[in-house]
Design a protein around this ligand. Structure first.
Ligand code: GLA
Length: 549
């Protein structure tokens, strides 16, 4: 081969490798979430199924008592919101008009009466049916298949806020088609209704349901046993990459309080569901739950991990000899860590601050979210964990100095955390390729910038401000190194959005974003995909500055 030809082949294979890598990146980034504005954090509430099944104690009184207890015992204050009813609420046949009707013994005053009662407590109400001709119970209650709009309209007229849509008797009709039809029927009612897909993970809904449902079951049914709980946890854990605000993996409802596990095992169940950003739907009869399990359900530190607004599902960091380390990034730069011991004897489980991904610091503060004790470490994270037990920490950086008084180029500051959809984030360069430090001069529509950050959607960079800064300013746009692409730039002061570019394409001139950082602990720079595919989303934060002091 001539030298020229060798060079050409080498160049071509570099391009090919780039294309292959880009395609892999694209495939790994999930589609947009169902943008009905709902379930920005995993839904929290109650569902009767795990405690009553179809038995007679599932009735109007139980639902209303549950709503009362949500308020009187602090569950509502802790974030529990949806009071949902499951299968067996209906009559076994539709009425003369073709509508579903409630079982007159369980719900003598109808469903709207119960929904109104739940609403009067400042809570929301959910219902159940199946994407089939009948629901799952053998009594043969009518399902929603081919009655989607009729049933959605009826639910909306009753004031339903949440629909769990099951998979029984589906007549072999394609799952995506069935669930999309109900999604559209719910949307057409004009009422905001959380859409919960319950097809048990049979058709890998995590691959297609992000813009169909707000959550999707990933497994078959849970039951009130430690072994089943762990079995489901193991199936749900590897699906972390598919969860995000508005679109959650659902490992099924909680069994905490039902009596089939020890208090230690229920704390593990609750910790694992929280670190996996799972829906927290209590499945026990709250009138009967003992104090210890009630305390578990009310652990606000653990709930805060589940409900963190970043919306990341915890990822497995290590697993050896049935000892799990799972870590979850949180919106303020902290990380949650679960040390779960799936052995029948006590074990020491260890990891490090570096392994969980929190980034470097000279010291870290650990708060035990169950015992509430705190400790300081230079990096080691370790605990003796009882059989079937879990130790759960919130880890924060120990020594953090806010930016000094004055105006700073953001690209001169050290970030707390930084993610980019393609290649590393470049300081004072554009994003260019997978390699670090190879970008070009930041350029938007012909204007060049000496300072700034070159990222690729989907990207998020966080900075610690410690309440010391007052304002943010930046030009933003797609870098000229790509002709295409579309992105949205968003700036957050803690969880408050202070600036939004709207959708920008490669053709747009730079836009100026400004906003107040007063009292903010954290600055968060977010770039999301503009709605098309994520190719060419080379996004520039051009000369971003913060004023502090
Ligand atoms: C299926 C679902 C359960 C429950 C029952 C009701 O098994 O997966 O969660 O709704 O149906 O019959």
């Amino acid at each position: 081969m001539s030298r020229k030809l060798v060079a050409a082949v080498a160049a071509l294979s570099t391009v090919a490798a780039f294309v292959v890598a880009l395609v892999v990146t694209v495939a790994a980034v999930p589609a947009q979430a169902l943008e009905n504005g709902l379930a920005r954090t995993p839904p929290m509430g109650f569902n009767n199924w795990n405690t009553t099944n179809c038995r007679a104690e599932f009735n109007e009184k139980m639902v209303m008592d549950t709503a009362d207890i949500f308020v009187s015992r602090g569950l509502k204050d802790a974030g529990y919101e949806y009071v949902n009813i499951d299968d067996c609420w209906a009559k076994t046949s539709r009425n003369a008009q073709g509508n579903l009707e409630p079982d007159p013994v369980r719900f003598p005053r109808g469903i709207k009466f119960v929904a109104d009662y739940v609403h009067s407590k400042g809570l929301k109400f959910g219902i159940y049916t199946s994407a089939g001709t009948k629901t799952c119970n053998t009594a043969g209650f009518p399902g929603g298949l081919n009655n989607e709009q009729r049933d959605a309209n009826l639910f909306a007229s009753w004031g339903v806020d949440y629909l769990k849509y099951d998979n029984c008797n589906n007549q072999g009709v394609d799952a995506k088609q069935r669930y999309t039809k109900m999604r559209d029927a719910l949307a057409a009612t004009g009422r905001p209704i959380v859409f919960s897909i319950c097809e048990w993970g049979q058709n890998k809904p995590w691959e297609w349901a992000q813009n169909v449902g707000n959550l999707w079951r990933t497994t078959g049914d849970i039951n009130d046993s430690y072994s089943k709980m762990v079995d489901i946890f193991k199936k749900n854990l590897p699906l972390a990459q598919y969860a995000k605000p508005g679109a959650w993996n659902d490992p099924d409802m909680l069994e905490v309080g039902n009596g089939g596990m020890t208090a230690t095992e229920y704390r593990s169940h609750f910790s694992l569901w929280a670190i996996m950003a799972a829906p927290l739907l209590i499945g026990a009869d709250l009138r009967k739950v003992n104090t210890e399990n009630f305390t578990t359900l009310l652990n606000k530190d653990v709930i805060a991990v589940d409900q963190d607004t970043l919306g990341i599902q915890g990822k497995q960091i290590s697993l050896s000899s049935n000892k799990y380390v799972i870590s979850k990034q949180l919106s303020n730069g902290d990380y949650a860590v679960v040390l779960f011991n799936n052995n029948s004897s006590a074990q020491t489980i260890s990891t490090t601050a570096s392994a969980i991904g929190i980034g470097s610091s000279t010291s870290y503060n650990l708060k035990d979210l169950w015992s509430k004790s705190t400790q300081t470490t230079t990096g080691a994270i370790s605990a003796s964990v009882p059989a079937h037990g879990t130790v759960m920490y919130r880890v924060s950086k120990g020594v953090r100095t806010p930016p000094a008084a004055g105006t700073h180029q953001v690209s001169d500051l050290g970030w707390d955390s930084a993610t980019s959809g393609w290649g590393p984030i470049e300081k004072d360069r554009s994003n260019n390729t997978q390699a670090g430090g190879d970008g070009r001069t930041l350029t938007i529509n012909g204007t060049t910038y000496a300072k700034g950050l070159g990222v690729h959607a989907v990207s998020e960079i966080t900075y610690y401000l410690g309440g010391a800064c007052s304002s943010f300013s930046s030009s933003v746009g797609i870098d000229d190194e790509t002709a295409n692409g579309s992105v949205v730039f968003q700036v957050f002061a803690d969880s408050t959005k202070i600036a939004d570019s709207g959708r920008m394409t490669g053709a747009d001139a730079a836009k100026q974003l400004t906003g107040s950082l007063a009292n903010a602990e954290q600055l968060r720079l977010v770039v999301t995909n503009g709605g098309d595919n994520i190719n060419s989303d080379h996004a520039d934060w051009a000369a971003p500055t913060i004023a502090c002091g």
